[in-house]
Design a protein around this ligand. Sequence first.
Ligand code: MG
Length: 210
Amino acid sequence: MKIKIGSLPLKTDMARIDAVLRLLPAGSHLAVDAMNAFGPERASKTAAALAPLGLMWFEDICDPLDLDAHAGIAAGYAPPIAAGEALFSAAEARLLFRHGGLRPDRDILLFDPAHCYGLPGYLEIIDAAEARGWPRRAFWPHGGHLFSLHVAQALGLGGSEINPSSFPPFGGLADDAVVTNGRAAPPDAPGIGFETKSELMDLFRNLMNG
Ligand code: MG
């Protein structure tokens, strides 16, 4: 699970996080996403408060191009950090890898193949990451949409978020998907997944016919 933080005082966010953690089994099942809200000072205060919680990751902490801030947080916050959602080219990705202080053994890369000039652009980013020692399991493409799910499956990435209530009609899973213990398999069907979501295919058909 993942929740947004950063729009409320730290004390309130910590109470919200605690309430969610109490609902989950033991282990790292919760990530938090600050939506790029923090400057360096607030980021480091929040990181210090989050550090003992065993979170799955701490995402979009500060301005995506403030690489000094990223590096500063990574230097003082040992648990996983997730970044890259708002970077769209291999050149930007290389800057993040070189100057963002991220750690290939634990951190998470959120580049969204739909935002990164499609699959060819996304593959360039994977090549740039692998050249700097990043494993494919570090990639969790942003978006919670079926295209990201298929890309993650095809390229052997770490995973793909599913966001059933956002980004309709692209978000969510195939019509007949089954979620078991928080996980779902991609559809076993030709195509890139959109074909298995009737709401989405109806939209495409209407656009093509219109
Ligand atoms: Mg995010």
